[in-house]
Each structure stands twice: as C-alpha cells, then as structure tokens.
Ligand binder design. Structure first.
Ligand code: FES
Length: 138
C-alpha cells in the first residue's frame, strides 16, 4: 500500500496537536472512537464570539497514521471557517486530499465525526439545540 506525501507529512508533522480549555463556553470538544479498530480522536474548536469564526482548533488522536493525518488536516481546514461551514466538511474531502486507500476511509469518518461532535458540544454549551447527526458508515 502506498501513502501519499501529504498524508505522510501530516502524520510525521501533525499540525495543531494539543488541548484547548474545555471549561470555556466558546470551546467545543468532540471525543469519538472508531468501532472497527478502537482508535480514539479528540478534536476541539474555539469560536471567536465577535466574528463567529473558528479561531483555533486542536486535536489529540490515539490511533493510526491515517487518523492522525485526517485530524491534522481537519484542524487546518477548521480555522477561519464559520461553524456552519465547518459542518459541511465531509470525510470524502479528507479522503481525496490525503488520497486515503479504501481500508483507511473509516479514519477520515472519525475526523468528520469528531468535528461534528465538537460543534454539537459548542452548540449545547451556548444554548442551541443539539444537531441530529446521521451516523456515517465507518
Ligand atoms: Fe482505525 Fe485508522 S485504522 S482510525
């Protein structure tokens, strides 16, 4: 199996590894696990309340290289987006950008799930109703 250079780069030099203060009301935290492999991803967003834009995003992934690369890429994409734009990030965008092989598609689903879970946490903290998320097939 050959991996793309972008994937290897995100895996070897992941961007935005870390933790945001989840006690802050403008920080949303998503923690999700992949049933097929037990890998776990935590992804956080910080929303600038003045502009409504995501000003920071961090992740910690205990999982495979593709999951690490997917979450690294996702945090890069999240910064500067509105929460609604962030909701539109689809795992297949990640698959395409990193050229993930079919057996690694669920790793990108994990990243999409983590984004959505972080957004939901942010929404609930700010008095908005939780979004009904249709579970994607891993
Ligand atoms: Fe399961 Fe990558 S092998 S997240």
């Amino acid at each position: 199996m050959s991996y793309s250079e972008k994937l290897i780069d995100h895996y070897q030099h992941p961007k935005n590894v870390g933790t945001l203060d989840k006690s802050k009301t403008n920080v949303g935290t998503g923690l999700v696990g992949a049933p097929e492999c037990g890998d776990v991803m935590r992804l956080q967003i910080e929303v600038d309340e003045a502009t409504g834009l995501i000003s920071d995003a961090k992740f910690k992934t205990f999982g495979c290289g593709s999951a690490i690369a997917s979450s690294s890429l996702a945090t890069e994409w999240l910064k500067g987006k509105t929460v609604d734009q962030a909701l539109a990030i689809d795992n297949m965008d990640i698959v395409e950008e990193l050229n993930l092989p079919p057996v690694k598609i669920h790793c990108s689903v994990l990243a999409e799930d983590a984004i959505k879970a972080a957004i939901n946490d942010y929404r609930v903290k700010n008095g908005m109703p939780e979004l009904e998320l249709e579970g994607k097939k891993h």
